[in-house]
Design a protein around this ligand. Structure first.
Ligand code: NI
Length: 202
């Protein structure tokens, strides 16, 4: 999910993630970011495969790079298919109080959703510069596995709930525009295609 960029310090954040610790050493190397796939890339419309025990090495290598990419963008969530990796894996950080709070979601599953809905503006790093109001369940219960292999169940509301649903959607090949009316969706996709043509002509 796209962030608004307020108060973001990409370099400091990179170092934080490179060290995966609050007191990261400023001498740590800054990780290169990964290219983010943009619509209409087919992988963004595909259902990703579940992470298996044998994927450990890949995940350890990928997760810090996904965080670096997300913070650089800036975004508050990034799913593996958005960086070309067919895995049910996403990273999230809502930066509560401007402090990093990185969350790694492996094989996340939404267990329950509230009947009550909430509408908020969403954006997506795979639909750069495009925003629209999306209505989703206001609260969700989510199960996921962390990089150490421990299972967790969390309940979320507000922006956190929207972000979790947005990222789990990515693992099922669903984009925020798929929650809009066909008219609104086509308007956004046409605008994106036009902006890309202008950029390519550029
Ligand atoms: Ni997104």
């Amino acid at each position: 999910m796209q962030g608004d960029g307020a108060g973001v310090d990409p370099v400091g954040r990179h170092r934080y993630i490179a060290g995966m610790a609050a007191d990261a050493d400023p001498a740590l190397p800054i990780l290169p970011t990964l290219p983010i796939l943009v619509v209409p890339e087919p992988l963004l419309k595909a259902r990703a495969r579940r992470v298996q025990p044998g994927d450990g090495a890949l995940i350890r290598d990928l997760v810090p790079r996904m965080f670096a990419t997300m913070y650089q963008a800036p975004g508050i969530g990034l799913a593996a298919p958005q960086v070309g990796v067919d895995l049910r894996l996403a990273v999230v950080d809502l930066m509560p109080g401007e402090k990093p709070a990185p969350l790694v979601l492996i094989n996340p599953e939404i267990l329950a959703v509230s009947e009550e809905t909430a509408t908020r503006e969403e954006g997506c790093l795979s639909l750069p510069g495009q925003y629209a109001d999306v209505t989703r369940p206001a609260r969700v219960k989510l199960r996921y596995v962390d990089p150490e292999g421990a299972g967790h169940e969390i309940e979320a509301e507000g922006l956190f709930a929207a972000c979790l649903q947005h990222e789990v959607d990515h693992l099922d090949g669903v984009l925020f525009v798929d929650h809009l009316s066909p008219l609104k969706r086509n308007m956004i996709l046409r605008r994106l295609a036009k902006e890309r043509r202008l950029k390519e002509a550029g």
